[in-house]
Design a binder for this molecule. Structure first.
Ligand SMILES: [Zn+2]
Ligand SMILES: [Zn+2]
Length: 319
């Protein structure tokens, strides 16, 4: 087994340098991009996530090694297996990330990443504290069962995380067309972080946007609908503990108040915003309401514009 470095550790100096460079660029171009309190919160959340990661890393690795003994194939350390592992791990990331937005249990752990109303490189540092508790490692287990060595999978997973750093920026508009077609980019990931109804629950990709295109979750960024960042009900606080645990507290409260087991299960495993009496909004209901409003608006606009056209035509008819 080769002695693999940790790509995240190696990338940290570059992360810091890039955040500083973007901060300076933002001072000249758009001061709203960086808010000192928000950036400090991001740093705190990044630090907390690193600590949580270190604490659980041993257990997660032991579990991976244990599962790997039931592997179907024996996979060598040849370079091409790293490439295949990278692609399959990115697919596993897509499945995890989609579940993280559609199942409240996983959302409680992932919401921290979406807790900022700003979108800049420091937002990327907001990573989960409760990933181990919510058992998100389950999504990678199939790779060990196929036969990929745990150290190889964790190495490519770290590369994946490093890639995702640079896409958290408004400084870059669009990349070349071929790149936007295949890769996850700042434009695609801005859509993922946006709360505009059009953009909700889309672009789950880690590195390759092709998964979203294949599985029907791709939405393109539109210049006329600029992303508004955050979560549907924003935290309104810079408290890092609240950002890390608020959804878990929400689940506990809802389960305690739930009238029966069906409701309890729904509050844990239903989509975020699900409620037993339908009194809250999920991203689906938000989108439905928005579509209905849009259709009404289009209908109104078309009636108005046709009557304007009639009036515009009138003089020529008279003439
Ligand atoms: Zn997400
Ligand atoms: Zn992100």
């Amino acid at each position: 087994m080769p002695n693999l470095p940790d790509p995240v550790d190696l990338a940290i100096p570059a992360f810091v340098a890039l955040v500083l460079a973007e901060m300076i660029a933002a001072r000249f171009r758009d001061r709203r991009r960086y808010c000192p309190k928000d950036t400090l919160t991001s740093l705190g959340l990044g630090l907390g996530s690193t600590v949580a990661g270190v604490l659980s890393a041993g257990l997660v690795f032991a579990l991976a090694v244990w599962v790997h003994q039931f592997a179907v194939f024996e996979i060598s350390w040849a370079w091409y297996w790293f490439v295949i592992a990278f692609v399959l791990d990115d697919l596993a990331y897509y499945v995890f990330h989609r579940s993280a937005h559609r199942v409240r249990w996983f959302w409680a752990s992932h919401v921290i990443h979406h807790s900022s109303q700003h979108y800049n490189l420091s937002t990327a540092l907001r990573q989960t504290w409760t990933g181990f508790f919510s058992a998100t490692f389950l999504f990678r287990l199939p790779l060990f069962l196929i036969g990929f060595p745990p150290a190889m999978v964790f190495f490519v997973a770290a590369l994946n995380l490093v890639y995702q750093f640079w896409i958290h920026t408004e400084t870059i508009g669009r990349m070349p067309r071929w790149f936007e077609a295949v890769m996850n980019t700042p434009s695609h990931h801005r859509v993922h972080h946006a709360t505009n109804p059009r953009y909700l629950d889309s672009n789950y990709a880690g590195v390759f946007i092709v998964w979203d295109r294949m599985f029907g979750t791709f939405v393109a960024e539109r210049d006329e609908d600029r992303p508004r960042y955050g979560i549907v009900r924003n935290l309104g606080s810079f408290n890092i503990l609240w950002a890390a645990f608020h959804e878990w507290i929400g689940i506990a409260r809802d389960v305690k108040a739930a009238p029966d087991w069906r409701a309890r299960t729904g509050y844990i495993f239903g989509p975020p915003g699900w409620s037993h009496d339908g009194s809250r909004d999920t991203s689906d209901t938000i989108r439905q309401k928005w579509r209905a409003r849009e259709e009404q608006g289009t209908w109104k606009r078309s009636t108005i514009s046709s009557s304007v056209a009639d009036r515009a035509e009138a003089p020529s008819r008279v003439a």
